[in-house]
Design a binder for this molecule. Sequence first.
Ligand code: ATP
Ligand code: MG
Length: 412
Amino acid sequence: MSSLQPVRGTQSLLGEDADRLHAVIGAFDRVRRLYGFKRVEVPVIEQTGVFARTMGETTDVVSKEMYSFEDRGGEGITLRPEFTAGICRAYLSEGWQQYAPLKVATWGSAFRYERPQKGRFREFHQLDAEIIGAGEPQADVELLAFGDQLLRELGIAEGVTLQLNTLGDSATRDSWRSGLVAHFDKHRGDLSEDSQTRLEKNPLRILDSKDPRDRPIADAAPDIDAHMSAEAGAFFEAVTRGLDAAGVAWTRNARLVRGLDYYRHTAFEFVTDRLGAQGTVLAGGRYDGLIEALGGPHTPAVGWAAGIERLAMMIDAPKAERSDIAIVPLGDRADAEATRIAAGLRAAGVAAELGYRGNMKKRMSRANASGARYALIIGDEELDRGEGQLKDLMSGEQRAVSLHLLAEAIGR
Ligand code: ATP
Ligand code: MG
């Protein structure tokens, strides 16, 4: 190892940047409870096949972005690039099927080998919510309302739009797919190279291509609506009616797709124009065939994931954490006594900062800079009387207080 540089695309955070991430996580955990999603924890590492089978070999994530390695036992392991696959693996291997329909939520780091830029990292963090074993449109509505309320509680709903689409049931999807292939085939020569490949493997993905050569052709492509079966149409209508009832604003984006075959019905993204190219802050959909792809029984499910860094960039700066009191001991006896006082306050739930560096002046200026509401100055002389000087750092007022009544004196 020749340098102490961090690994490219990773971040080390202190202060406001770290507080921002945790403000997002805190809001997520509060809203999660309101919607009855249970906490769940899954491993950072899974057997590579768990992701390869569920995310699809042709997706960017699996074909170019995974951190995969062989462990010392020769097993193919991958750092999770997302949560859904691991949660579904656990649903099968841990017997969680007995709890269906299972509403779960989690958060943590995820890893993708991508070109780092604003809002795009190699180690990033996701919030994740899933409802497994529920085929009812109400599940989609509840999941979307959870995401919507989260964005509102974070104070960023203003600049964010919920874009919604349906991919229909399998008959609808197959029929739409044929319609799309026929359309794109007519314009094959004008498509980007990537989309010419997609036409063979994954024609739906051409619809959300960002390449300017593809856009006019994608925009002119047929919508799913003409292909929709009665059942699929009724499902989508139930979802949109539910969203309206829950007060969740949405707009239809008929170009929003998921490439993999097992995605069904609802697909959605909460999108902002405030983050440049990295505009998707929360995305998900219904993946009724994923658990079968893992070798499990047919299990309808719906879920979303959100990038914590992208949300953290958008929220107002959280209030900095402040101690309630900064203790400033002066003298050897006071130093020892200060430790006892701090322990008592902290045990009583008072946030106490202990000054132990430098002279009186340095200790006082550190106390002032700490942002604490009060400073407690204790010298050997005051100690003899069982007292300290309590200074209100906002008003500057100072008075003697009994050390036994300290918590009361600062209103705790
Ligand atoms: P993008 O189109 O931005 O690459 P994606 O389709 O790969 O996104 P998903 O797999 O749907 O993203 O992941 C869900 C969310 O996780 C994204 O909407 C985004 O907020 C976040 N995310 C994905 N990749 C990264 C990354 N490399 N760095 C930071 N956040 C990310
Ligand atoms: Mg990506």
